[in-house]
Design a protein around this ligand. Structure first.
Ligand code: NI
Length: 141
């Protein structure tokens, strides 16, 4: 944690958003709105790291794709080999007859991790892709 000092501020937003926030708070057992909002802000800040960011981060890249798509699996494998230093582990699940789910654990400078995720997620035939970032020991932004 960067700092343990807490600041109080008030936020205005449409009522329906507050209702959904409260539902989310209860569903995930948060003690109060502040705790949930702090987590959402932290997640948003991580996603918003500037491109030049050299902070060491860890995270996961999730991909869903059809393994019948010509050349797709070869392309995804070759992208991963190009970045073997940052890809720590991979998990491959054969979801059904056509679809594969792949989860990659990645670690490295934020900029590099983002490039890897962009290359994989943008590969033609990838149906779903998402990068989830976590800090790696360094203070939260
Ligand atoms: Ni598969």
């Amino acid at each position: 944690m960067a700092s343990s000092k807490t600041t109080r501020f008030s936020v205005s937003m449409p009522e329906h958003l507050v209702q959904r926030l409260d539902r989310m708070m209860r569903a995930h057992n948060y003690a109060n709105r502040s705790q949930l909002v702090a987590r959402l802000v932290r997640d948003a800040l991580l996603e918003d790291l500037p491109e030049s960011e050299t902070t060491e981060i860890a995270g996961t890249i999730t991909l869903v794709y059809d393994h019948h798509k010509p050349n797709l699996q070869t392309l995804l494998t070759s992208i991963q080999h190009d970045h073997h230093a940052q890809i720590i582990s991979t998990l491959h699940v054969h979801l059904d007859h056509d679809n594969c789910l792949e989860v990659l654990v990645v670690r490295g400078p934020a900029e590099k991790v983002r490039i890897i995720a962009d290359e994989l997620i943008a590969a033609k035939g990838v149906k779903h892709g998402r990068l989830v970032l976590n800090v790696s020991g360094s203070p939260l932004p």
